[in-house]
Every structure is written in structure tokens, then in C-alpha cells.
Ligand binder design. Structure first.
Ligand SMILES: OC[C@H]1O[C@H](O[C@H]2O[C@H](CO)[C@@H](O)[C@H](O)[C@H]2O)[C@H](O)[C@@H](O)[C@@H]1O
Length: 560
């Protein structure tokens, strides 16, 4: 097999493997109702693993399946484990003040201002510090130690998440919490230094994949507010390492266009071919339709790679949108991933220049030029006014390069088809923005409460009718920065819808949600493999960033 086809597997820890066994037993014992598989791989041990395993193996079992009784399992868990989340301590952010000076100056409406201050105060609920015990005895925890304080998304997500952190930082900047924002970046740099790339999240079971790469974008935003050159100096080596990771043999795919020019693009490619430990029971069930081990392994690889995309799960990654087992993430070149890497290249060029490193600046501007050409040649569809994901022929690519074919563009409408607008190189072209905007307005994605993720109601969480904060933010910011009057007003219109749905949802439920149903203002989203979550890092961040940008006039109604 060529390197491109081989799946390198990053081994997990003995603790994760054991906790997957506990997870499986818990499903048998407690049943599917209210079962969250992740809970079991987040438990930490009170005693060492061999003693715990011995006690687990000694539990009385009955029936053909060897089921453990509810009483025995509950007792075992209470005796041998600390609760999930016990290894993260609540932490008062050093730079939090109830009403920061200069906070959301354009928000004039008192009701909205009072609510924005409540959202700002949520940073206190989401701030944590990893307990010393994790550093002292890492073998008892699946939580990974991090040097600085963290901000978690919320609810079941009690660890750092990579791409969520970008929008958390955007909100922290609106909240003037620059030290907390820098601490997040320091943690991510630590992950690059330790593992070679930023992990999906700070857990032992996330060491086999990354997430949408936005580290340089975080540094860029913080630098633009604080002019902290030392942060840039500290981050540059990690940013260069991360760029190499996303352009490594396993991620890079070459497409030859009709003129015979070669274009390099990147794909998601997790280093894992087994069930995801945090959803092991679910993945095994989904894979049960496959007969051979190699088919199962390929499917698990595509599942983990979809998790790496941040869009877990979506019809975007399925060859047949009504059949989950046709997931083929690794044989798709995604528009958004390549936009993030293009942004990484532009941001590295900018930040290298800040450090006076002209050679790095020039080589990254060259890389950005090449990727922009690749995005235009492979993804762009002028007739449709959108950039489409590109499906590689014959499943996972093993060849060194493949010839471009129009029919390989996935012409289904996804919010990701419009993400290139986020980048200056695209939104500074007025004719292009007009074309894309027309296509966006007639796409069917814009609804009463924001932009839908797709047009397909598959029951997966990254599909219709869910709307996600990061997607709203990138499209709105792109339209806004184009400087075109009509694009500005569309951007504001979407931002207002999004703020309203967050506000009304908060008033109804007392919480900010992870995702929303764009068909009904104030209604949380649903679908997917876990129950809807609240908290919620990136939603808070986008609300604050939108309010900072657009403000809220005294006389504008905030109700639906
Ligand atoms: O437990 C299932 C999956 O959960 C995560 O994905 C979702 O939450 C993340 C945190 O907010 C978010 O970054 C991601 O876009 C969501 O789909 C996790 O990232 C997955 O790896 C995990 O399998």
C-alpha cells in the first residue's frame, strides 16, 4: 500500500481501553434511555488501573450476555471512580470584571445590554483549571494536563475543544478578557509541542485527530487587539509545525486540472481505524452492517475523520445522503478545510512580517497564492456561484494525483459552500461577492432564525434544520468585510436573526445552546448522537462578537 492508503494508528492508553469496556457494560446494564457513552470515558480512577480492572472482572454476571446488575454496577462506579469533571476545577478568570470598560459600546437597548452582561458573565461558569492530580498521576485520568486555565464549551463537553476555541476567543476579546484568550492559545501551543498538532480536544481519546485548524487565526485576532509581539514569537514555531501537519503525505491530495496544472489541497484524515472511544457502543452498532474487518476499519476511519472535520455528522460526508454507512470523509476534499489552511497561510505571512521574518512571510504568501488557485480550479463553480466539495474517484485516493472532473463536485447546498467569503482574497472581489451573494440568497439556507447547515433533514446534527454559531459568524463576517452596501445589510440581517434566537432561547430556557433550529426563532437544535447541550462557548462568543460589531439600537425589538 502507498503511504496515502495506509492508516497510521496513534495508540490509545490502557485506561481508555478499559473505560470502553465499562461503557459497554453500562449500556447493557442501564439501557439506552439517558445513556451517554462519553460519560464513561471521562471518569477518573480513584485507585490504580490493575486494582480497578480486577474489581470489574470480579463483578457477578448473569445470563447469556453476562449482564451486571444495576446495583452492583452503580456501587462499583461509586467505589472506584471520581465523577466525570472532578479533575477540572472551577476557576475565576483573572481578567473578568462584571462590566468591562468600553464593553459593547454600540448596544444601546437596556434589555439587550443587561442580557449581554449575563452572557459575558457565563465565562465564569465555563472557566476551569486542570487539577494538580492530573499532572501528578496522568495514568488515572483521560483528561490531559494543560499549563493554563481553560474555557470549556459546556455540559458534556468538559474539556478544551480546538475549533470552538476560536469563537470563544472572539467573544473573550469583546469581553476584554485578553489574558484568558492568550491562556487558551498557550494551551494549544503546548498541544502542538507535545503531539505535533492541536488535538480535537484535551482527552487521551482525542490524540488521533485534530479539528478545523484555526490556531493562527486565534493568534492573529489577539495580536490585532493587543499588539503582543511576544505571543506571536511564542506561537510562530507551533503555527509552522501545524501547517506542515496539514500538508503532510496523509492529508495532501494532488488534483490535475484540464490544462495539466497540478493543485495541492488537503483533506481530513484521522489516525484511527477503530470505534471512537467516546462513542464506541454507537460506532460498533453502525458498523455492524459491514461483514469484513477491513470494511469496518475503513468505516471507523471515515467516522473519526468526520469528527476531525468538526461536522460530525453530516450528509456532506456520505456518498448516499440517506445511508450513514456510505460515509467517506477521507475521499472528499472539503472547501472549508482548505479555506482554513489558506487563512493559516495568510495569517502566518502577516505574523511572520510582524516579527521581521521576511523569508517566511514571502514563502507563505506564495503558498497562499497556490492554494487560492487550487480552490478556484477544483471547488469553484461559476454557474452555481458556489464552491463545492470535491469527491475523489474510487473511494480513498491511493494514487499520487487524480484528474479533475466536473461531475465530482458535490452540488448539494451546504453552508460550507460559502465559507470562502470569509477570506479577504475572495471578499475583496466585488463582482465575485455579488455572484456568490445572489446564489446564497436563493440557496434556501437563509431562514427566520439564521443560516441552516444544509437543505437535507437527515437527523444528523450538522444538517437541516440546525444552525451553528461558527457558520453564521464566518459568512456574516465575510459579507460584512466585502464593504458592499447590500452585503453589509444582508450580514446585519442574519446577525440580528441569530442574536434574537439566542436571546429568546435564553429567556425561555435560562441557557445558551450549542446549536439552534433555524426554522423557529428561540428553539434549540437537535438530532445527532447526544442530547442538545447548553453553556455554550462558541454560541456565547458569536453573540458577543455580533453585538460588538453591529450593536443594538435603543428602539429595535429583541423578541422574535
Ligand atoms: O462525542 C461526540 C463528538 O463530540 C464532539 O463534537 C461536537 O462537539 C464539539 C464541541 O462543541 C464540536 O467541536 C464539534 O463540532 C461537535 O460536532 C467532538 O468534537 C467529536 O470528536 C466527538 O466524537
Amino acid at each position: 500500500l502507498s503511504k496515502k492508503c495506509r492508516v497510521t494508528v496513534v495508540p490509545t492508553t490502557p485506561l481508555v481501553t478499559f473505560l470502553e469496556r465499562v461503557q459497554e457494560t453500562a449500556l447493557d446494564t442501564f439501557g439506552e434511555k439517558n445513556f451517554d457513552a462519553k460519560l464513561y470515558v471521562d471518569l477518573s480512577l480513584k485507585l490504580n488501573l490493575s486494582k480497578t480492572e480486577k474489581a470489574f472482572d470480579g463483578l457477578p454476571r448473569s445470563g447469556e450476555n453476562g449482564t451486571v446488575s444495576v446495583k452492583d454496577l452503580k456501587e462499583f462506579i461509586a467505589t472506584y471512580f471520581d465523577d466525570a469533571g472532578d479533575d477540572l476545577l472551577y476557576y475565576d478568570p483573572v481578567d473578568f470584571v462584571p462590566e468591562p470598560e468600553g464593553f459593547l459600546l454600540k448596544v444601546k437597548n437596556p434589555e439587550v445590554r443587561a442580557w449581554a452582561l449575563e452572557v459575558h458573565a457565563l465565562w465564569k461558569n465555563l472557566s476551569r483549571k486542570v487539577a494538580d492530580g492530573v499532572r501528578e498521576q496522568p495514568e488515572l485520568h483521560t483528561l490531559l494536563p494543560l499549563p493554563e486555565a481553560v474555557v470549556v464549551p459546556g455540559s458534556r463537553f468538559i474539556e478544551v475543544y480546538y475549533w470552538d476555541s476560536y469563537w470563544v476567543i472572539r467573544g473573550l476579546l469583546a469581553s476584554k478578557m485578553y489574558e484568558t484568550a492568550k491562556a487558551i492559545v498557550t494551551n494549544l501551543i503546548f498541544l502542538v509541542d507535545t503531539y505535533g498538532y492541536v488535538l480535537n480536544g484535551s482527552r487521551a481519546y482525542y490524540t488521533n485527530r485534530s479539528q478545523p485548524p484555526l490556531l493562527s487565526a486565534m493568534v492573529y485576532e489577539i495580536y490585532n487587539r493587543t499588539f503582543d509581539v511576544e505571543l506571536v514569537r511564542k506561537a510562530l514555531p507551533a503555527m509552522l509545525k501545524e501547517h506542515a501537519f496539514w500538508n503532510s503525505e496523509i492529508h495532501k491530495v494532488t488534483i490535475q486540472d484540464a490544462q495539466g496544472c497540478n493543485h495541492n489541497l488537503s483533506r481530513y484524515y484521522a489516525m484511527w481505524n477503530k470505534p471512537r472511544p467516546e462513542s464506541s457502543t454507537k460506532d460498533k452498532e453502525s458498523a455492524s452492517k459491514f461483514l469484513s474487518d477491513s470494511e469496518k476499519q475503513q468505516f471507523y476511519h471515515d467516522i473519526a475523520s468526520a469528527a476531525e472535520s468538526g461536522w460530525d455528522f453530516s450528509t456532506r460526508w456520505m456518498r448516499n445522503t440517506s445511508e450513514f454507512t456510505t460515509l467517506s470523509t477521507t475521499s472528499i476534499l472539503p472547501v472549508d478545510l482548505n479555506v482554513y489552511i489558506l487563512k493559516m497561510e495568510l495569517d502566518i505571512a502577516f505574523l511572520a512580517n510582524v516579527l521581521g521574518n521576511k523569508a517566511t512571510m514571502e514563502s507563505f504568501l506564495e503558498a497562499a497564492k497556490a492554494r487560492k488557485n487550487a480552490i478556484n480550479s477544483v471547488f469553484w463553480n461559476g454557474k452555481k456561484g458556489q464552491w463545492f466539495d470535491y469527491r475523489l474517484t474510487n473511494g480513498t485516493i491511493c494514487k499520487e494525483s487524480e484528474t479533475w472532473q466536473a461531475c465530482n463536485q458535490n452540488q448539494n447546498v451546504y453552508a460550507s459552500n460559502f465559507i470562502p467569503l470569509w477570506i479577504d482574497l475572495f471578499h475583496s472581489d466585488a463582482a465575485l461577492v455579488k455572484n456568490v451573494m445572489g446564489s446564497f440568497q436563493s440557496s434556501g439556507l437563509i431562514h427566520v432564525a439564521g443560516i441552516a447547515t444544509s437543505l437535507i433533514n437527515s437527523g444528523q446534527q450538522w444538517d437541516f434544520p440546525n444552525g451553528w454559531a461558527p457558520l453564521q459568524h464566518m459568512i456574516v463576517e465575510g459579507l460584512l468585510r466585502s464593504g458592499l452596501k447590500e452585503a453589509r445589510s444582508l450580514a446585519e440581517d442574519i446577525a440580528v436573526r441569530w442574536i434574537k434566537t439566542n436571546y429568546v432561547g435564553y429567556k425561555k430556557t435560562g441557557a445558551i445552546h450549542e446549536k439552534y433550529d433555524v426554522q423557529k426563532c428561540g428553539e434549540p437544535g437537535g438530532g445527532g448522537e447526544y442530547i442538545p447541550q447548553t453553556g455554550f462557548g462558541w454560541s456565547n462568543g458569536v453573540t458577543l462578537a455580533f453585538l460588538e460589531e453591529f450593536g443594538w439600537p435603543e428602539d429595535r425589538n429583541i423578541g422574535c
